[in-house]
Ligand binder design. Structure first.
Ligand code: FES
Length: 185
């Protein structure tokens, strides 16, 4: 029998190499997917008037967030500076620069909701989830983002979960909504 094949350390190393190689391929595939999504978004919208916003929206719709690699690519395609693209991304709260959790909660922080206990609801939401705005729970389950008006100003505080709006949300109702997300997985 080959002496190497009976060496447990050798098997461990082989497994380790295979794992590293698989992870490397996965990362490369993700990178390729993201690059393809960015290219597709640019190709689709580059001739639109004020094409920066449509392109950034399309990238976020495709990938779930705007990766750092999108900034130089979009800047070069539109003949703008990276600072200009970065400025647009950071100006609009809607744009995310990190991957989102499996569920996205967007809690309204605009004035009408603020006048209807949205401040207390925001504090409760952060305490319940254990993360602040622009963050994701440690298990990657839920991301919390601020939003500035969902069109439910008369029935605040309002929030949106995975694109579905909820009005008159109390802390108790928030907890019930989170529990249903946790049940869903
Ligand atoms: S201010 Fe919150 S929905 Fe309009």
């Amino acid at each position: 029998m080959c002496p190497v094949s009976t060496n447990p350390e050798f098997h461990w190393q082989r497994r380790g190499q295979a794992t590293i190689r698989r992870e490397g391929l996965a990362v490369k595939a993700q990178t390729t997917d993201a690059a393809a999504a960015i290219d597709a978004a640019i190709a689709e919208h580059r001739h639109a008037p004020d094409s920066v916003l449509p392109i950034l929206h399309a990238i976020q719709d495709r990938i779930g967030y705007i990766p750092a690699s999108a900034v130089p690519t979009v800047a070069a395609a539109l003949n703008l500076s990276r600072a200009e693209i970065h400025g647009v991304i950071s100006y609009y709260h809607h744009f995310r620069t990190r991957p989102c959790g499996r569920h996205l909660i967007e809690l309204c922080r605009a004035e009408a909701c603020q006048a209807q206990n949205a401040v207390a609801l925001a504090a409760h939401a952060q305490q319940r989830l254990g993360c602040t705005f622009h963050e994701t729970t440690t298990d990657g389950h839920i991301s919390l983002e601020p939003v500035f008006c969902l069109g439910l100003c008369a029935t605040g505080p309002a929030l949106m979960i995975d694109g579905r709006v909820h009005a008159r949300v109390t802390p108790e109702r928030f907890d019930a909504l989170i529990a249903s997300l946790e049940d869903e997985g």
